[in-house]
Design a protein around this ligand. Sequence first.
Ligand code: NAP
Length: 263
Amino acid sequence: EMLRGKRVIVTGASSGIGEQMAYHLARMETHLLLTARTEAKLQKVVERCLELGAASAGYVSGSMEDTTFPDVVVKEAENTWGGLDMLILNHIAYSYFNYFDGDVGHVRKLLEINFLSYVAMTVSALPMLKESNGSIVVISSMAGEIGTPFTAPYTATKFALEGFFSSLRHEFIMEKVNVSITLCVLGYIDTENAVRAVSHAVRDKPAPKEECALEIIKSGVLRQRELHYPPWLVGNLLLLQAIAPDFLDSLIRGNYKVENIKR
Ligand code: NAP
């Protein structure tokens, strides 16, 4: 009800959680602009969104590694709708799941895609979001709150998101800018790419992407400060981090099948 007719951008919408968010938003009869690199996948997702009841659905394909692309996406929304109600920043670049290999270039590339493009899209979209009293939803991870092994480049980009958007939230409140920022701290979710990357080496069972996507949308529309999903897992880990960080670190290391990590 609250989202019917609203104009929403979802990044990284060609697969995984972003794709599931697009389907939920379509059922809620929103106007959708989706983005990712793979045009063929985006076309299919858009078709499905229209079948599910989206008020309208379109896409822009391109890579967030291209520093001009975030602005291209936001301009498309401006030209099509003349405004924007919700910006969901969700995309991530591929990274390896292994011991840090010393490749600084990869860390730089990941920062560009997973972090700097989030900042650039926020900057481009802010005038429209101020106009609509809209929302920014930032998809982060447990790995952006608590250090985890084998993900050093990825983890760095997620910690950066927490720092940037937490600071910006203060400034919005201080300057009475009525744009909400919701940071979504997610545990292990059963998307194809995540399961392929880590299932051989972690003991946890992943949570369902469909439910995760719905919880993200709810938290954004309710203008929550943070979402913890799955709540019991993320909540307990963050509590342990506050009261017994060394104990938590040893629990984390115990969760990996290190013998399955081949250098
Ligand atoms: P995913 O299935 O791998 O989807 C990633 C999306 O990003 C795809 O649509 C991909 O499409 C797009 N993408 C990749 N490289 C890109 C680039 N250079 N430029 C623009 N788009 C690009 O990921 P997911 O598992 O759904 O994760 C979604 C979000 O949840 C991420 O922010 C992730 O950090 C967070 N998260 C996930 C988990 C989990 O266990 N799944 C856990 C914690 C947090 P193309 O390849 O077509 O570009």
